[in-house]
Ligand binder design. Structure first.
Ligand SMILES: Nc1nc2c(ncn2[C@@H]2O[C@H](COP(=O)(O)OP(=O)(O)O)[C@@H](O)[C@H]2O)c(=O)[nH]1
Ligand SMILES: [Mg+2]
Length: 324
């Protein structure tokens, strides 16, 4: 299928075309990359905007269950929902959402939902670009909400927060009164902390955990992008579908406030600039390995350094001068 046809079908909201386009942006082949860029450029002017919600949480907190319940609630309200997953560990585990498909059974059959598992791929930089491209494709396809799920490992949370309008941290009730080893940096990124599993025997623990985090959030430095009362912690039960409507109302209220106060577009502009810089940096680094002339020069200079003929600094300066 040529990119024009693909673009037309995506703009018409066809899910199969969207899936194909995401496969295209995930491809490492240079000719695919060129097609992907043509496609993304064509769709860039669609003017469509989804609410991008990043969702993070360690395995077992209930992300899949939450996405299913929350997603079904949104589609029932007439919204179209796309779910993308970022899992840097999936190269090893062979794709995390696969086992999760059962937990998202209803949502994956919903015609107003689109679920895309994480590609198995090791380099986080590559994952970032693919996910950003996939978000752009989902927006062009007219989705109202794009959920970007990530497990809380390594840099993936920062990466997802850097491509989301809202960042949600999902937690499970803690046994004691300890904050669950959530790093300060992650807390500082969160707009809303949802303590899940607030049901049955776990409810009291969930409420305690929620109070602990609400207290911890109040101690953080005030951020300009927050209205009164945010960031906040609240309890939900993905299983019993409790608190989800309230969570959604708060997400919308926060997004609306940010839109009205210039923070929404401001953040997107900053994010676009950030990713542009990252992509150029990555491209330059990749050239060190792929460009034969550059590689040869690196090897020559490397040998000279090894023999002590040139200083490390001198050789590096010489190498960098050839790159400009
Ligand atoms: N009690 C209770 N259990 C839940 C809730 N949400 C998820 N779970 C359970 O927690 C386990 C992990 O859920 P899952 O959605 O796979 O978590 P994920 O690894 O973060 O995607 C499963 O056994 C779920 O049934 C909830 O709201 N309440
Ligand atoms: Mg899961």
């Amino acid at each position: 299928m040529d990119t024009d046809t693909l673009a037309t079908k995506i703009l018409a909201g066809e899910r199969r075309a969207l899936a194909r386009a995401i496969t295209l942006v995930e491809s490492g082949r240079p000719d695919h990359r060129a097609q992907a860029i043509t496609l993304l450029d064509r769709l860039a002017g669609s003017g469509r905007q989804a609410l991008r919600i990043g969702l993070s949480g360690t395995p077992g907190v209930g992300k899949s269950t939450f996405i299913e319940s929350f997603g079904m609630m949104l589609t029932a309200a007439g919204l179209r929902v796309a779910v993308l997953a970022v899992d840097p560990s999936s190269a090893r585990s062979g794709g995390s959402i696969l086992g999760d498909k059962t937990r998202m059974e209803r949502l994956s059959r919903d015609p107003n939902a689109f679920i895309r598992p994480s590609p198995s791929q090791s380099a986080l930089g590559g994952v970032a670009r693919r996910t950003r491209d996939a978000v752009a494709l989902c927006e062009a396809a007219g989705f109202d909400v794009v959920l970007i799920e990530t497990v809380g490992v390594g840099q993936s949370e920062t990466m997802v927060a850097d491509m989301s309008d809202l960042f949600i941290l999902l937690l499970a009730p803690a046994g004691g009164d300890e904050l669950q080893g959530v790093k300060r940096g992650i807390m500082e990124m969160a707009d809303i902390i949802l303590v899940n599993k607030a049901d049955g025997d776990l409810k009291p623990a969930a409420m305690r955990t929620c109070a602990d985090y609400a207290g911890a959030l109040r101690l953080l430095r005030k951020r300009p992008q927050d209205p009164e009362g945010f960031p906040k912690a609240m309890t939900v039960s993905a299983l019993e579908e409790a608190g989800l409507q309230k969570a959604w109302e708060d997400m919308q209220a926060l997004a609306d406030w940010r839109r009205e106060n210039g923070h929404f577009d401001g953040r997107r502009s900053e994010q676009a600039q950030h990713w542009f810089g990252e992509e150029v940096r990555m491209g330059l680094l990749a050239r060190l390995d792929t460009d034969p002339e550059i590689r040869a020069r690196m090897q020559d200079l490397g040998r000279a350094v090894a023999k002590g003929e040139t200083s490390v600094s001198g050789a590096a300066a010489e190498m960098l001068a050839t790159l400009t």
